[in-house]
Design a protein around this ligand. Structure first.
Ligand SMILES: [Zn+2]
Length: 230
């Protein structure tokens, strides 16, 4: 792994497609036909659309306001952005909630802790597959889902960048394309809530921050990308 030297800016030219699939169309049917939509994506072709690295799908919901994202060229592509859990009920939007980011990479890609912490849950869920939950400073949590393998065990202390499992397609994704579903839960005065991971990066809001050995520990809490950039 190395410090990323090339960054890609959010541009209007970025097409909302991944592997030839129009993600906006996918999102439109996802709420009603979730398993079928996942299968549809899994069977999609492999040309066109978002490249495997350095790219990200657009936000499909305007609530909360989309974050301007800067993505290192070496970071595996984000195929789905965050949507607030209360979008449907509060804002009358058609999009279902999405509590985190989806990062696409091949099955077996290392999944690494986004911050130092302790594993408080490690389990198999029918929908989310193999899941690991890590508790960090200030009551913050990160959750890693659809893993093919869990390596860290409940009670383990983990360092930033430590391998905790491998990326997969477990759970409801058996017919879909492999990705890491990554959540960031923040403790606020009103309780714990799912937060857009783009709010938590060490380099700043929207500045996707790759993990590197040489990076100094931040003075305040911050996240690094949950898969290696290389
Ligand atoms: Zn997801």
């Amino acid at each position: 792994m190395s410090i990323p030297t090339q960054y890609r800016r959010d541009t209007d030219a970025m097409q909302p497609r991944f592997r030839g699939v129009n993600l906006s169309a996918f999102e439109a049917i996802r709420g009603r036909f979730y398993p079928a939509a996942l299968a549809f994506l899994g069977l999609a072709g492999c040309s066109g659309g978002l490249p495997d690295k350095g790219a990200f799908a657009p936000y499909v919901s305007q609530y909360p306001a989309p974050i301007s994202v800067t993505m290192p060229a070496s970071a595996p592509t984000i195929t789905q952005q965050f949507r607030a859990p209360d979008v449907g009920s509060l804002k009358g939007q058609k999009w279902s909630e999405h509590n985190g980011l989806d990062v696409h990479a091949p099955v077996g890609t290392p999944v690494i802790s986004a911050a130092p912490g302790r594993v408080t849950q490690s389990y198999l869920d029918p929908a989310y597959g193999h899941v690991i939950l890590i508790e960090h400073a200030k009551g913050h949590q990160t959750r890693y889902a659809h893993l093919s393998e869990r390596i860290a065990a409940k009670g383990d202390s983990v360092a930033r960048g430590q391998k905790i499992g491998t990326l997969g397609r477990s759970g409801a994704l058996s017919g879909g394309f492999p990705h890491l579903h990554f959540e960031f839960w923040k403790t606020t005065p009103t309780g714990r809530r799912a937060t857009d991971p783009h709010e938590g990066w060490i380099d700043g809001v929207g500045q996707v921050t790759c993990y590197t050995l040489r990076r100094r520990a931040p003075r305040t809490f911050g996240l690094t990308y949950p898969v290696p950039c290389q």
